[in-house]
Design a protein around this ligand. Structure first.
Ligand code: UT7
Length: 328
């Protein structure tokens, strides 16, 4: 039986680093508050002339090198993002052209916020198994600094920019690669985390700009509570569905939103914090980029070995969520 494996990974973060001390000059906050409430110490911020596709391309180039695959071999390109270069067309088309992915490739974006990378992986997995696609490039990329209200201390301290990419392909070896995936959404909570302006409900206008409709808004506590509950449930179900115990999971790569969410997940699942990969202290919440960015770092740091089980767990606006189990 065929499997779909992650053949290579890559990531990129913009050069500029914004520390908590820098933020204290912009809004009424403290390093102590940010670190104790979120675990974040610094985040990367893209340059004015750097768009989401620019970050995506750099991460993709490194994933292609890692997989020893040429851009010309990619026939499926998916970009998961909440901050596309343009409302129309997709960022995937921008990436395709600049990266040299051939015109016959299928290219589109996925909008699933912080769960976007896992959604992209699930779609690519299914399409590769149809045998109509051979090689997928999936990217999670965000320039969240472009939709953050830099006057709102309750959100601006949390987010950062970055990108991560993975090359997926089919191999004729059973029991490795993407073993399972469980995605979901709770649309009843759309209002908990959204950017109200710029879509068909509230198109861009002088009024929409003046009233701050084009910024991210979050009901932090509500999102927090749901994140802890839902991430635990999908992670536990993924392990049980595959007749594993939590001890058999070598590494958990959770969405990097808040260290307190990750610690609660660790306690509730009975998986020690040492088995969680955490880099949010250096990147903040990079939404769809957070899991592939952490995956790339974890792999390069030697945290993943052949035969290991790795569990991805995500949660984000929508509210979307998901878990994916990988065997290397
Ligand atoms: O990626 C998608 C998923 N997103 C998440 O998972 C985020 C989930 N939510 C969270 O991570 C947390 O709810 C936050 C980090 C956003 C907030 O933490 P909290 O413990 O829920 O704090 P809070 O919102 O209840 O605010 C506590 C206090 C408030 O003051 P009062 O009303 O108690 O006087 C805030 O005004 O902290 C104040 N506050 C701040 N103080 C200093 C809020 N932001 C700041 C700040 N600096 N940056």
């Amino acid at each position: 039986m065929a499997s779909v494996i992650i053949a290579g990974v890559g990531s990129y973060a913009p050069k500029r680093v914004l520390t908590n001390a820098d933020l204290m000059k912009i809004v009424d906050t403290t390093d102590e508050w940010i670190v104790s409430r979120s675990g974040i110490r610094e985040r990367h911020i893209a340059a004015d002339d750097e768009a989401t596709s620019d970050l995506a391309i750099k991460s993709a180039e490194s994933a292609l090198i890692d997989a020893n695959i040429k851009a010309s071999e990619v026939d499926l390109l998916i970009v998961a993002t909440a901050t596309p270069d343009y409302p129309l067309p997709s960022t995937a088309c921008v990436v395709q052209h600049k990266l040299g992915v051939p015109p016959h490739a299928t290219c589109f974006d996925i909008s699933a916020a912080c769960s976007g990378f896992l959604y992209a992986m699930e779609v690519a997995y299914g399409l590769i198994l149809t045998n109509r696609y051979k090689c997928a490039l999936i990217i999670g990329a965000e320039k969240l600094s472009s939709i953050v209200d830099w006057k709102d201390r309750t959100t601006c301290v949390l987010f950062g920019d970055g990108a991560g990419a993975a090359v997926l392909k089919k191999v004729d070896q059973p029991g490795i690669g993407i073993i399972g995936s469980d995605l979901g959404a709770d649309g009843e909570m759309v209002d908990a985390l959204l950017m109200p302006g710029g879509g068909s409900r509230c198109p861009a206008s002088t009024k929409s700009v003046e009233s701050g409709q084009h910024f991210l808004r979050m009901k932090g506590k509500e999102v927090f509570k749901n994140a802890v509950r839902v991430m635990e449930t999908v992670a536990r179900e993924m392990v049980e569905q595959h007749h594993l115990t939590v001890d058999q999971i070598s590494l958990v790569i959770p969405h990097q939103a808040n260290i307190r969410i990750i610690e609660a997940l660790s306690t509730n699942l009975g998986i020690p914090m040492e088995k969680f990969y955490v880099n949010l202290d250096r990147y903040g919440n990079t939404s769809a980029a957070s899991i592939p960015l952490a995956l790339d770092e974890a792999r390069r740091a030697g945290r993943i070995k052949p035969g290991d089980y790795t569990l991805f767990v995500a949660f984000g606006a929508g509210l979307t969520y998901g878990s994916t189990l990988i065997r290397w």
